[in-house]
Design a protein around this ligand. Structure first.
Ligand code: C2E
Ligand code: MG
Ligand code: MG
Length: 898
């Protein structure tokens, strides 16, 4: 617990008490000496106190450390010398009467010199700052000069001139006031130097002061005995105080830094330099008043010395002033260089916006030859494009003085164009050095442009320059909000190009891009200036018709678009015509941008379903279709696992004989709540979510199982084929060939009995992949058919590229045959094509005898349709086959399975 603060304090107190006891004892003895100033006892008292001081001083020296130790040694030496002098003097007195000058004077005088050295050391500032402060030295010299002048008048002069005293005695006596004055000068200097006053310590100062007083008193009055006692007391007190000073550890304070104001040229310092010059004159005046004859020699010398010192001081002040000015000039040049070489310009204006000052950059920045702007209104100088905004910025800056207000503004450049500036305003009207509003101007036109470019890119389609989806949504939102006020409904057209992919695939992406740009241009032409056209992505566009007064207006715009698109586009050597499917939705009070876009999208899908170049107006029932679609999408996931799929089979017949040559497997989904769902409703969804791949594999395997079984059951029907529909997604999948090969291997079906049907649209999605895939399949021995032929992107070049065996002519063409032997040219053309390419043709969807008869007349060999049989389940097909096996090749009009 010795470390606790309380114990520490106690320990310090314990260490202090001998010192305190010594001080008290010394004080009591000095008082005792005052009471009893004469006789041997008084002398002994004197010696006891003096030797006590000597002992104490040296104890202090032992404790002192560092710089203060050297001072303490000097002080202790001084006290010791003084006491030695005292002892010698008293011994003289005891032996005989003391002489005027004796050996005692040697240690006494030495004591003064040593003490002076101690004071000098302290004034130097200890160990580190071991340099002489010239101003301090001048001050000491001035005080010393004055002191000596006074001392001359009072003692030195009279003593030196007293011929009654021996010359050696006079010399020694003169030395005392001289040394006194030296000490006085040093103590005063220390007293007036704030930094050193603390360092010197009150005790040392007091101690020296006691000696000086005693000396002065001794020199002034020697006769009176009462005074002699007091003088003795002064010397003793001085010795005790000096000894006590060694106890104080000064090292902490000695290194006090020069005060910061040392170089500042104040009037006070000028006065200090010149006031001493008054002293000789004063002494003369006082001397005259007292009736003394002035001694001109010392006065003259003192005046010369003081003038020299004052001059030295003034010279130093001037020098320091020069230094300060040079520093200022350098700082000014530095800031000017910064301003001139900076890209920023600075303007200072007053409270009324009048220009007080502006940097040379401003003219260059604003593109004006030369400004000459003093007193000009800052608004005229800057020429901002937004005057109100600029005024507001000035006001904001002025409402918060001292704070930086930052803003950007566009101003008119001298050359006429607009440039952007970053402006920083600070109200420094209250600052007397500035007294204005400081405007820092930095040009940011390039940055602004880049920002605008980025912003444009973020909201625009790079290819067409049209608004993108984000910006379009925003515009729809705004239109709907305006609509809430003006009750004018906006309408939205969602546009999807028909068969755009084929352009990309056949003519390349560059042509596709040019096509999109041309279409964008036509769309912009087709709408009114206030309406917006956007590219939502790929080949999808949207048009916002602001405040359409009726749905008719939107429909009229849609028709105009369809007309404009019907004109062919020249792409290099090719003339391409593209149509589009358009969905229209009209906004109402409840619409949101999302709902309007979704509705138009739904209507667009419906339009797509209707064929090419159609427009459909949205109605809410379409929305239920979407909901159903979502439900089917969701339920499809589990349908395969839950065994909800089954296949039905539709016979393919020879038209001539109605003999069944094969079947087409068609998929049915027995949905737990919706009942039987037809493939048209879910195949597209399964395509989208990818489930068509596993579902297709299941169809393939099941169909192969069935036909394998039939081949076994009806050996006479060994040529019976089984057609399986393959979707685009399956065709793209590398699993297809493996699945087909697997099914063939597993069931042992003759590959030639399997027909894989693919639509044209599935084939043209990626023609290279499709062609490769068809060759792989063909290599397995299966036969390939193009389904729904004529509805897709029919092209002879494709037909040649793909190794197909069968063309299935779409029902929509067969439908057009309404009168016997009146086969429309298109149907005849398709049949011709099949024949030319040496392909088997199957007519789909034959519903009437007229159709059958006409097709027969055109030498179409095979057909499929309700006229012969509806798709039926396997049992029913088997009954049919059994019947056929027994009765020959006749197809009975079978009851249709759904
Ligand atoms: P598709 O391959 O062209 O099949 C013929 C469609 O025409 C069948 O419709 C059939 O019921 C119908 N049909 C046949 N004769 C007539 C007729 O005389 N009049 C009328 N109005 N329709 C007739 P379904 O079964 O609804 O199949 C529709 C389409 O779904 C199929 O067209 C086929 O593209 C696709 N599909 C069916 N099953 C599958 C499958 O397992 N996989 C894939 N990927 N697609 C399938
Ligand atoms: Mg088919
Ligand atoms: Mg078909």
């Amino acid at each position: 617990m010795a470390n606790s603060p309380v114990d520490g304090t106690r320990a310090r107190h314990a260490r202090r008490w001998p010192a305190v006891a010594w001080l008290v004892a010394s004080a009591l003895l000095i008082v005792w000496h005052l009471v009893l100033p004469h006789g041997v006892l008084a002398d002994i008292t004197y010696l006891v106190v003096a030797s006590g001081a000597v002992a104490a001083a040296w104890i202090g020296v032992r404790r002192a450390t560092g710089a203060s130790r050297r001072v303490a040694v000097l002080v202790a030496t001084g006290v010791t010398l003084a006491s030695t002098g005292d002892l010698i003097f008293i011994l003289y007195r005891w032996i005989a009467s003391a002489p005027d000058v004796s050996v005692a004077d040697v240690p006494w005088l030495a004591a003064y010199v040593v003490l002076g050295a101690a004071l000098f050391l302290l004034l130097l500032g200890g160990e580190r700052g071991n340099h002489i402060d010239p101003d301090g030295a001048i001050d000491v010299a001035a005080v010393l000069t004055i002191g000596l002048l006074v001392a001359w008048g009072l003692w030195i002069g009279p003593t030196a001139a007293d011929a009654a005293i021996p010359a050696s005695t006079r010399f020694v006596w003169v030395l005392y006031p001289v040394l006194d004055m030296v000490l006085l000068a040093l103590v005063l200097r220390a007293l007036f130097s704030r930094a050193r006053r603390a360092a010197i310590g009150a005790l040392l100062g007091l101690g020296v002061a006691c000696w000086l007083l005693a000396d002065v008193a001794f020199l002034a009055v020697t006769s009176n005995e009462v005074f002699t006692a007091w003088i003795d007391a002064g010397w003793l007190a001085g010795a005790v105080l000096l000894a006590a000073s060694t106890f104080r550890n000064q090292s902490r304070r000695i290194n006090t830094a020069r005060p910061a104001s040392a170089d500042a040229v104040g009037l006070g310092r000028v006065a200090i330099g010149f006031v001493p010059l008054l002293v000789p004159a004063l002494i003369e005046v006082v001397g005259n008043a007292a009736g003394d004859a002035p001694s001109y020699g010392p006065l003259m010398v003192a005046t010369i010395v003081l003038v020299a010192l004052a001059f030295a001081r003034a010279a130093r002040l001037v020098q320091s002033d020069h230094r300060t000015r040079a520093l200022l000039r350098s700082a000014e040049r530095y800031s000017t260089a910064l301003a001139v070489n900076s890209s920023d310009a600075v303007i200072v204006i007053d409270a009324d916006r009048r220009v007080l000052n502006e940097s040379p950059q401003l003219a260059t920045l604003l593109g004006r030859a030369s400004l000459g702007t003093q007193g000009l209104d800052a608004l005229r100088l800057l020429a901002p494009t937004d005057i109100a905004g600029t005024l507001a910025a000035f006001e904001s800056a002025q409402s918060t003085p001292g704070q930086v207000f930052e803003t950007e503004m566009s101003v008119r450049h001298g050359a006429g164009h607009v440039i952007w500036l970053d402006i920083r305003l600070v109200d420094m009207l209250a600052d007397p050095d500035v007294a204005g509003l400081v405007i820092n101007v930095h040009e940011i036109t390039d940055r602004k442009r880049a920002q605008d470019e980025l912003a444009h890119q973020a909201f625009h389609d790079v290819l067409t320059g049209l608004a993108n989806r984000a910006l379009f949504r925003d515009r729809v939102d705004q239109a709907l909000r305006r609509n809430a006020r003006t009750a004018q409904d906006p309408a939205l057209i969602y546009l999807d190009l028909d068969g755009f992919k084929n352009v990309n695939d056949s003519l390349g992406h560059e042509s596709g891009d040019r096509m999109l740009q041309e279409i964008a241009r036509r769309l912009v032409d087709a709408v009114r200036p206030g309406d917006s056209v956007a590219r939502l992505g790929g080949d999808e566009f949207a048009i916002l018709i602001e405040s359409s007064h009726s749905v008719d207006e939107a429909e009229a715009v849609a028709d105009r678009i369809l007309e404009m698109l019907a004109l062919p586009v020249q792409l290099g050597d090719h003339q391409v015509t593209l149509s589009a499917s358009l969905g229209i939705a009209a906004g109402d009070a409840d619409s949101t941008a999302s709902s309007l876009l979704r509705d138009a999208d739904v209507a667009m899908y419906r339009a797509k379903g209707l064929g090419k170049a159609q427009r459909v107006l949205f109605n809410p029932e379409m929305r239920t279709a979407i909901v159903e679609r979502l439900q089917l999408d969701n339920d499809l996931m589990a349908a395969l696992d839950r065994k909800q799929f089954r296949l039905v089979y539709q016979p393919v017949v020879e038209l001539e004989s109605e003999r069944i040559v094969g079947f087409e497997a068609l998929l049915r989904w027995d949905h737990p709540t919706l009942g039987t769902v037809m493939p048209d409703r879910f195949i597209a969804i399964a395509e989208e979510n990818g489930l068509i791949v596993p579902i297709g594999a299941w169809v393939l395997n099941t169909a192969c199982d069935t036909v394998a079984r039939w081949h076994r059951q009806y050996p006479t029907q060994g040529d019976l084929t089984m057609a399986v529909n393959i979707s685009a997604r399956q065709l793209a999948s590398s699993d297809l060939e493996r699945d087909v090969a697997g099914a063939l291997a597993r069931t042992g079906v003759r590959p030639g009995a399997i027909v894989l049907e693919m639509t044209e649209t599935a084939l043209v999605q990626d023609t290279t992949v499709a062609a490769a895939r068809l060759h792989e399949l063909r290599a397995l021995g299966v036969r390939l058919a193009i389904d729904d032929f004529g509805t897709g992107y029919s092209s002879l070049s494709y037909l040649r590229k793909f190794p197909v065996d069968i063309l299935k002519i779409d029902r929509s063409f067969i439908n057009t045959i309404t009168e016997r032997d009146q086969v429309p040219a298109i149907v005849r053309g398709l049949l011709d094509l099949g024949r030319t390419l040496d392909l088997e043709t199957v007519a789909e969807g034959i519903e009437s005898d007229v159709q059958r008869g006409s097709l027969q007349g055109e030498h179409c060999a095979l057909g499929q349709g309700f006229l012969f049989a509806r798709p039926m389940d396997a049992d029913e097909a088997e009954r049919l086959l059994t019947h056929r096996a027994a009765a020959g090749d006749v197809v009975v009009q079978a009851a249709a399975a759904p």
